[in-house]
Ligand binder design. Structure first.
Ligand code: MN
Length: 136
C-alpha cells in the first residue's frame, strides 16, 4: 500500500529519530530558515501511538493540524484532543508534547521559531503511563 493516501497534502518524509520521538513519526521538510523567515517549516506525520518527547521551544511554535486526530499536552495540564483544521499556538518555554492518539494517526504542519541557532530543547520521553492517561 502506498504510504501517501489521496488526502495527504505532503509526502510522509523520513522517519524521525528515536532519541526525540516515541513510535513511528516522520518529517517532510517544507522550508528551512532563511534571511526573511526565522523559523523552520515542516509536515510531521505521527502513526497511531507515536508522539514527541517532552520539549520546549525558546520562541514558541505553531501547529496546523492537516489530518487525523491527535493529542497536545502542556506540563501540569490535561491533554487536549486536536483535529484536522485546528491551529495550536504554543508559547515560548512551555514544556509540552504532541502526537497521534493511541488509535488514530495525526499529521501537522509545524512552524518552529528560532532563538539564535536553537528552535527546540528535547527533554524526557512521554511514558506509556502518561500517554495512556492522555488518551482517556
Ligand atoms: Mn513542539
Amino acid at each position: 500500500m502506498n504510504e501517501q493516501n489521496n488526502t495527504s497534502l505532503f509526502p510522509k518524509g523520513e522517519k524521525l529519530p528515536g532519541e526525540w520521538f516515541s513510535g513511528n513519526a516522520f518529517l517532510h521538510p517544507l522550508l528551512a530558515r532563511d534571511k526573511n523567515n526565522d523559523f523552520a517549516l515542516g509536515s510531521v506525520t505521527f502513526e497511531p501511538g507515536a508522539r514527541t518527547h517532552w520539549h520546549i521551544h525558546p520562541k514558541g511554535q505553531i501547529l496546523i493540524i492537516t489530518e487525523g486526530e491527535g493529542l497536545y499536552q502542556e506540563k501540569g495540564k490535561p491533554a487536549q484532543r486536536i483535529h484536522r483544521g485546528d491551529v495550536i499556538n504554543i508559547p515560548e518555554n512551555v514544556e509540552h508534547w504532541h502526537g497521534a492518539t493511541a488509535h488514530s494517526k495525526m499529521i501537522h504542519i509545524a512552524v518552529t521559531n528560532y532563538q539564535g541557532d536553537t528552535n527546540v530543547t528535547w527533554l524526557s520521553p512521554v511514558t506509556n503511563e502518561a500517554f495512556s492517561e492522555a488518551n482517556k
